[in-house]
Write a protein that binds this ligand. Structure first.
Ligand SMILES: Cc1ncc(COP(=O)(O)OP(=O)(O)O)c(N)n1
Ligand SMILES: Cc1nc(C(=O)O)sc1CCOP(=O)(O)O
Ligand SMILES: [Mg+2]
Length: 219
């Protein structure tokens, strides 16, 4: 395994739930293995409020020993001594993020093509996020649905580069993502908008582990 367990990678900002901190705590209890702080969009917190909310999320993650990764903002990740940063193709260059944040931290990069995956690897990415696998309503500027084909292609070409699938993933459709070669799945709404986020996380984790290790190994 790499620097972090990507099996169930939860992403959330304050706009994704009515009581986001309670959702995060429940998600952590339910077994998410990694968390990304993604505070963006029209209703996103800014300034001191954003920072205070980020610190509360980080505190919870620390209590559960789960890595706290900051989306987009390399400086915020540095200031907060976050465990890592996730950058997309329109954000800071991965090479720059790696240089700035240091070798011990986690750098994740969104990729959609073989060339982007190759570049991410050369730039020192610890994992790549690939999507949207299915239709998503959590990202306004999401690309067209990609399915799992490119995950398979990138996984075969770069077997040492962990991939997380993202976009519209649920416990019901997670299997295909692992079958394609992903090491983990990344979700917002499947946990953040669930009636019972802890149960939702538990089910997703179970679905993920069953895909990875087989039905008999995980009951
Ligand atoms: C794990 C993971 N994969 C992909 C993304 C998307 O990143 P990006 O394309 O930069 O889009 P935004 O999330 O910044 O809107 C991600 N955040 N996490
Ligand atoms: C943040 C993000 N990035 C995507 C990509 O395709 O790169 S899809 C997405 C949103 C994922 O949310 P949900 O699990 O609710 O579909
Ligand atoms: Mg981004």
């Amino acid at each position: 395994m790499g620097k972090t367990d990507l099996t169930l990678y939860f992403i959330m900002g304050s706009m994704n739930a009515e009581k986001p901190l309670s959702v995060l705590e429940d998600a952590l209890k339910g077994g998410v293995t990694c968390f990304q702080f993604r505070e963006k969009g029209p209703r996103a917190l800014v300034g001191m409020e954003k920072r205070a909310f980020a610190e509360s999320c980080q505190r919870l993650c620390r209590q559960f020993g789960v890595p706290f990764i900051v989306n987009d903002d390399v400086d915020l990740a540095l200031e907060m001594d976050a465990d890592g940063v996730h950058v997309g193709q329109d954000d800071a260059e991965a090479r720059f993020a790696r240089e700035k944040i240091g070798a011990d931290k986690i750098v994740g990069v969104s990729v959609h093509t073989v060339e982007e995956a190759r570049r991410a690897m050369m730039d020192g990415a610890d994992y790549v996020g690939m999507g949207p696998v299915y239709q998503t309503s959590s990202k306004d500027d999401a690309k067209p649905v990609a399915g799992t084909t490119m995950i398979t292609v990138v996984g075969k070409l770069f077997p040492d580069l962990p991939i997380v699938g993202i976009g519209g993933i649920t416990a019901e459709n997670a299997d295909a993502v692992f079958e394609a070669g992903a090491s983990g799945l990344s979700v917002i709404s499947a946990i953040a908008t669930a009636m019972d986020p802890e149960l939702a996380a538990r089910r997703l984790r179970k679905a993920a582990l069953r895909s990875m290790y087989g039905r008999r190994a995980v009951r």
